[in-house]
Design a protein around this ligand. Structure first.
Ligand SMILES: Cc1ncc(C[n+]2csc(CCOP(=O)(O)OP(=O)(O)O)c2C)c(N)n1
Ligand code: SF4
Ligand SMILES: [Mg+2]
Length: 311
């Protein structure tokens, strides 16, 4: 993939090399691209800062970082990261990310999305990427509103929420993202909140280490159009940040579903985490078998043979 987004050239790799020629991890300065255009106080700043921390901590290099998004305030994310990435079409971050993940097994793909982007226009892609267990991490920065388009009801807005599309208050039941993720087959599901930086970092790290589709539901307040939405989850605002009980078995799907179903704001932490073969692994297996069968043929010739077989 080429560098699609950031206009600034990426920092040359020499900068990341030590005197012995060994590559060092990137510094924050080397990862930061444009200054974020979010409103002061927006929860998304915290998620971005923690993504930078994750890159620093895990010593990822520019060419190993892939940040993909759809459209929305939250989806402006890749603009602010000095690495490969794409600010793609509204709701379509996951198909794009799937292509990158399946074709570049050496990368870990991060997709960042908003609640509208992921669960409204992109709802089907969420279901199918999860059920296919395509290796990537999806972080949904949920502010329970359409921020970029200035306050419409989103699929996670609570009943009664007054917006430009529901001036008398929302009448549609909201979805519960974690519950939905478990039920459609995501193999890693976690919940966190932008107001708890250590928790966000630990959660993104665990998600990155998961071999499969990892979903992080991150509450991230829109101070402009839904101020106070997550006070109930913030001890500094009189709320409670309840962590997943230590006794919870993350491989128990029913137990995870039950925990995910708890009344808002519910439990924070890893709710579900199981290992099952990814689409990436299954396809690689088929490719390896075919390569053995058609030794000496180029990839496109094998593809042509496959098409001929389908006729
Ligand atoms: C195909 C298409 N439909 C609608 C829009 C308009 N649009 C842009 S962002 C957005 C919703 C953003 O909400 P969300 O995904 O929750 O992100 P936020 O801005 O809240 O972070 C909409 C409806 C668009 N850009 N493209
Ligand atoms: S409108 Fe809301 S979501 Fe968008 S940048 Fe401002 S505070 Fe953040
Ligand atoms: Mg939103």
């Amino acid at each position: 993939m080429s560098q699609i987004l950031t206009e600034k050239p990426m920092v040359p790799s020499a900068v990341t090399e030590s005197a012995t020629g060994e590559r060092k991890g990137l510094t924050r300065k080397e990862i930061v691209a444009d200054h974020p255009t979010w409103c002061p106080g927006c929860g998304d700043f915290s998620v971005l800062a923690l993504y930078f921390k994750l890159i620093e901590k895990r010593k990822l290099w520019h060419e190993k970082i892939t940040t993909i998004s759809g459209i929305g305030c939250s989806s402006r994310f890749p603009y602010f990261v000095q690495a490969h990435g794409a600010h793609f079409i509204h709701g379509r971050a996951l198909p794009f990310a799937s292509g990158v993940s399946l074709s570049r097994p050496d990368l870990h793909v991060f997709a960042f999305s908003g609640d509208g982007d992921a669960f409204s226009i992109g709802g089907n892609h969420f279901t199918h990427t999860a059920r296919k267990n395509i290796k990537m991490t999806l972080v949904v920065m949920d502010n329970q509103v359409y921020g970029l388009t200035k306050k419409q009801t989103s699929p996670t807005s609570p009943l009664g929420f007054k917006s430009k599309t529901d001036i008398w208050g929302a009448v549609d039941y909201p979805i519960n993202p974690a519950k939905q993720a478990i039920s459609v087959g995501a193999s890693f599901v976690a919940r966190t909140s932008a107001t708890n930086p250590n928790h966000v970092l630990a959660t993104m790290e665990a998600a990155m280490d998961h071999d499969g589709f990892s979903f992080v539901h991150c509450l991230s307040e829109c101070v402009e159009f839904y101020e106070g939405a997550f006070d109930a989850a913030n001890p500094r605002k009189g709320g409670a940040f309840n962590e997943v009980p230590k006794s919870h078995d993350v491989t128990d799907e029913m137990a995870a579903y039950k925990l995910a179903s708890a009344d808002f704001p519910g439990y924070f932490g890893v709710l579900y985490n199981v290992n099952k073969p990814t689409k990436n692994a299954r396809e690689a297996e088929i490719n390896a078998t075919l390569q053995g069968k058609f030794a000496g043929l180029k990839d496109w010739q094998i593809l042509q043979k496959t098409f001929d077989k389908m006729k």
